[in-house]
Design a protein around this ligand. Structure first.
Ligand SMILES: Cc1cc2nc3c(=O)[nH]c(=O)nc-3n(C[C@H](O)[C@H](O)[C@H](O)COP(=O)(O)OP(=O)(O)OC[C@H]3O[C@@H](n4cnc5c(N)ncnc54)[C@H](O)[C@@H]3O)c2cc1C
Length: 423
């Protein structure tokens, strides 16, 4: 049942919708957030990418990092259709405020992050495939401390007998960047179906101090005599109590424990999704989950401002049946340069895996005030604002700006919605 009594209605409960709702609530507005289900945010790795900040060998070089500082501006100048451009320089300048707001709320909700760093070198993280990169922020458990190379000895936990926690590639990737990286072999506890446990199930178990004991005993034995300074784990360190679990791992092993970014069935993504819900509840945002979701017909009855934060294909904001369409208002969809309608998929994709895929840049268009535009380039409806990946003209993966766009446009759309009055 959709409420009509709030000042602002946010459609979508991923990062963009959550930031928009929190920004509007901060301005004293009553806010309802309606979502169908978790979206791409709940699958993400835990990293907060704003722009490409350096990969692999370059990540340890200060010279490379400072030569390419001004990350956001670089993305905006390279790609005029990117939402960083669409919101204008004044909008872009608010990225720090937006990130501070959401990372502060997440910390209060029990999910601390590395301090947001859009201007400096960012933070080092490693993913399960061993790719080391710099990011503007990440869950605090994922930040690889930067210590003097000579003093660092990194252990990478490899669970034998578990079928989906293989960190062999992580080990190889870290060895390509750092000296003194060694495997720490651990036999997964012997129990029925133990080898099939998913990261989320393991995370839940580790949240409970009693559930940790068998695994931690094995970890303690495995690191003995290895003189490690750091210990890299696959992403399993708790669903709700990650700080406590990481502290406990560090205590047991005498190391600084670090998690890799989330992979498939990402525990950090699931953890983020839950922490966002706790932050929204704490801010007094009314949360509604409805599998049917919002439709234009229902939304017409809502008298206040609306933020459309419905995501793309995973979230459900875009779909492709006979043609590619925005699912709620049937807003025009383009790739930032040309409209996309009923072109076959092979026209919208590139034969090269890492090539430019028009379909991955698909989304609606906005003006500087975050208002969705109609086919004539005019604001589609009074009081409607958009945020997150439903906005087109950028490829979240290729541009390394998925969370950056969700946080910045979520914040701006939330503020605009809070200011909006029917004329
Ligand atoms: C596997 C994976 C890994 C990623 N890794 C990274 C990374 O390392 N770094 C990074 O910066 N970004 C990453 N991203 C990208 C990033 O996660 C997304 O760009 C971002 O989360 C998009 O957020 P969003 O709020 O716009 O959309 P979503 O999170 O998809 O949320 C959309 C919401 O809208 C709701 N919705 C849709 N239609 C309706 C309707 N009709 N009524 C009500 N609700 C509706 C959905 O239920 C959902 O709650 C990753 C994405 C994926 C999939």
């Amino acid at each position: 049942m959709m409420t009509t009594s709030s000042d602002v209605l946010v459609v979508g409960g991923g990062m963009a919708g959550a930031v928009a709702a929190l920004a509007a609530a901060t301005r004293g507005r009553s806010v309802t957030l309606l979502r169908k289900a978790p979206g791409a945010t709940a699958l993400a790795s835990g990293a907060i990418d704003l722009a490409p900040m350096g990969e692999q060998r370059h990540v340890t070089s200060v010279a490379v990092a400072s030569a390419t500082a001004g990350w956001l501006e670089a993305v905006a100048s390279r790609s005029p259709s990117h939402p960083y451009c669409a919101v204008g320089p004044r909008g872009l300048a608010l990225i720090g405020d937006a990130a501070d707001m959401i990372l502060g709320r997440l910390a209060d909700a029990g999910l601390p992050h590395a301090p947001f760093d859009a201007k400096g070198r960012g933070h080092l993280v490693v993913d399960l495939t061993g790719k080391v990169r710099r990011v503007a922020s990440a869950q605090a458990s994922q930040k690889l401390e930067e210590t003097e190379p000579g003093k660092r000895r990194i252990g990478v936990v490899r669970f034998r007998r578990h079928l989906s926690l293989d960190t062999g590639l992580t080990l190889a990737g870290l060895r390509a960047v750092f000296a003194n990286v060694v495997p720490v072999e651990v036999d997964w506890p012997d129990e029925a179906d133990g080898a099939f446990l998913l990261p989320v199930e393991i995370g839940r178990r580790l949240d409970d101090p009693r559930g940790r004991s068998a695994l931690f005993k094995l970890l303690r034995t495995a690191v003995a005599g290895k003189r490690l300074t750091h210990l890299v784990l696959p992403p399993i360190a708790g669903l709700e109590h990650v700080s406590e679990v990481m502290r406990a791992v560090s205590d047991v092993t005498g190391t600084k424990a670090v998690e890799t970014l989330g992979g498939e069935a990402s525990l950090p993504g699931h953890r983020l999704d839950r922490a966002l819900s706790r932050a929204l509840e704490a801010a007094g945002v009314r949360l509604e989950t409805n599998a049917h979701g919002a439709s234009d017909g229902k939304l017409k009855r809502f008298p206040g401002a609306i933020v459309l934060a419905s995501g793309r294909f995973i979230g459900g904001g875009l779909e492709r049946r006979d043609r590619l369409r925005e699912t709620i208002f049937d807003l025009p969809v383009d790739d930032g340069a040309r409209p996309i309608k009923d072109e076959p998929l092979d026209v919208l994709t590139s034969r090269r895996g890492l090539g430019a895929h028009r379909v991955f840049r698909a989304g609606i268009r906005i003006d500087e005030n975050l208002r969705p535009l109609d086919v004539g380039g005019k604001p589609f409806r009074e009081g409607l604002f958009a945020a997150g990946s439903v906005i087109g003209g950028h490829d979240p993966q290729a541009d390394f700006s998925g969370m950056g766009v969700a946080i910045l446009t979520g914040y701006l759309a939330g503020l605009r919605a809070a200011e909006w009055k029917r004329s």
